[in-house]
Design a protein around this ligand. Structure first.
Ligand code: IMP
Length: 479
């Protein structure tokens, strides 16, 4: 008989170490998958009570990333990805333009319809000027032509400037729009002061190379052919093969097919719970491996099936293989406090995925409800009866027409307010862990791997004890 011992986050603590690291100075950047970097090692779960476009935007603005769930039609899921991608621009690839021969009336109509108030002017495809709403204000005659009033004195860029160089140009020439042109003078993009200001408002946003927010989306072993073309066309950064048992033949076969068909796509494969599962996922083509069988707060898999691995051990086992094969590991589920994020990374994870703690945030799907004087939001497992009935998804291998045997429950969690201040609590918890352990970067914490196994009395001592809490803390409660 094989009988292994395994531990959960509650069974361990990071051992403290001599430190010269201040929490405020640590670097929380992490490599999520391939060349995608986050500024905060946190993802939100692909669940219909956790991640749609609003959550994905809010999370990416703070440095993490959301994974849009797949209890949505392929079209709507792709639209949501596109909304996230268009929220912040660094370079507008397809700017709205106007022709030099257009009348001012036509120009105003274009501005009204698109909401864009400054347009590059084209003559036979070449940029020859710029016209703004101000030029229209002082020229009342609607029959006049763009040619008569536009600004000809153009400042353009012929290559993609650095942010600093673009800002310097805006300041020097007192302009608000900077067209990018090719050697033939044809428009290739546009940089605006307004977009740059938005970027300055969110200095830690998780961005791709063209300055758009990073976003992921869930796909399944059966629905990927319907989803991936639209998701990729919308600018998806990474796909998450969302299954409850990644180390199974049909999932691995699908992964191989996806890999073959979409060679350049960054794919997170999951879920697995040990080194063998991680190896199989990577060999089938995963660029990152998601770990977790049964740790989720709404999950009943371990009770219904008797199968699973306590999450700390699952991460610790799988990471041996992931490290050897140079692939990042994402620890999915079971995060109850910020300290659990530090423990997951201290055991080797590059990022964590969170459902429960995020379901109560304002930007999670669903309405706030008041129950016995307190505010809640609903949170349910994707294998719960409600989620199965509303989407019939295949994560939990429920066949067509079969009576559902759920592996999750439907519940509610306390309302937790806005995303940014809540993430600040989580991120600062991790920063403090790095201060206590002397780790200046996520990579150093990932390599730390010094833990203490504690007893039930140790856990009792860790939590608030022998006191009645009279003031709720923003980062601690005992449900
Ligand atoms: P939590 O943050 O502990 O609530 O865990 C969230 C994770 O639980 C998700 O990212 C999924 O991997 C997993 N999960 C989601 N729905 C279910 C379910 O119905 N049963 C089991 N696990 C689930």
């Amino acid at each position: 008989m094989e009988l292994r011992e395994a531990l959960s986050y509650d069974d361990v603590l990071l051992a403290p170490s001599y430190s010269e690291v201040l929490p405020s100075d640590v670097d929380l950047r992490t490599v999520l998958v391939r060349d995608i970097e986050l500024n905060l090692p946190i993802l939100s779960s692909a669940m219909d009570t956790v991640t749609e476009d609003r959550m994905a935007i809010a999370l990416a603005l703070s440095g993490g990333a959301g994974v849009i769930h797949r209890n949505l039609s392929p079209e709507i899921q792709a639209q949501q990805v596109s909304k996230v991608k268009r929220f912040l621009n660094w370079i507008i690839d397809n700017p709205v333009t106007v022709n030099i021969g257009a009348t001012l009336a036509e120009t105003r109509r274009t501005m009204d319809e698109t909401g864009v108030t400054g347009l590059p002017v084209l003559d036979a495809g070449k940029v020859v000027g710029i016209i703004t709403i101000r030029d229209l204000r002082f020229n009342e005659n609607p029959e006049m032509l763009v040619d008569d009033v536009m600004t000809r004195d153009l400042v353009v860029e012929t290559s993609i400037p650095t942010e600093k160089a673009a800002l310097a140009k805006f300041d020097k020439h007192r302009i608000e729009k900077l067209p990018l042109v090719d050697v033939g003078g044809r428009l290739t993009g546009l940089i605006t002061v307004r977009d740059m200001e938005k970027h300055r408002d969110y200095p830690s946003a998780a961005l791709d190379s063209s300055g758009s927010l990073i976003v992921g989306a869930a796909i399944g072993p059966r629905d990927w052919p319907a989803r991936l073309p639209g998701l990729i066309a919308s600018g998806l950064d990474f796909a998450v093969l969302d299954t409850a048992h990644g180390a199974s033949l049909n999932v691995l076969k699908s992964l191989e097919k996806i890999r073959k068909k979409f060679g350049n796509l960054s794919i997170v494969g999951g879920n697995v719970a040990d080194g063998d599962g991680a190896r199989r996922m990577i060999e089938a083509g995963a660029d990152a491996v998601k770990v977790g069988v049964g740790p989720g707060s709404i999950c009943t898999t371990r009770v219904v099936t008797g199968v699973g691995v306590p999450q700390f051990t699952a991460v610790a086992d799988a990471v041996e293989v992931c490290d050897a094969m140079r692939v990042p590991l994402i620890a999915d589920g079971g995060v109850k406090y910020s300290g659990d994020i530090a423990k997951a990374i201290g055991a080797g994870a590059s990022a964590v995925m969170i459902g429960n703690l995020f379901a109560g945030l304002k930007d999670a799907p669903g309405q706030e409800v008041i129950f016995e004087g307190r505010i809640f939001k609903s949170y349910r497992g994707m294998g719960s009866i409600g989620a199965i009935e509303s989407g019939g998804i295949d994560r939990y291998q429920i066949g067509e027409g079969e009576e559902a045997v759920p592996e999750g429950v439907e519940g509610r969690v306390p309302y937790r307010g806005e995303v940014a201040p809540y993430l600040h609590q989580l991120a600062t918890g991790v920063r403090k862990a790095m201060g206590y352990t002397g780790c200046a970067s996520v990579e150093q914490l990932r390599e730390y791997r010094r833990f203490i196994k504690i007893s039930t009395t140790g856990l009792r001592e860790s939590h608030v004890h022998d006191v009645s809490v009279i003031q709720d803390a923003p980062n601690y409660s005992r449900l």
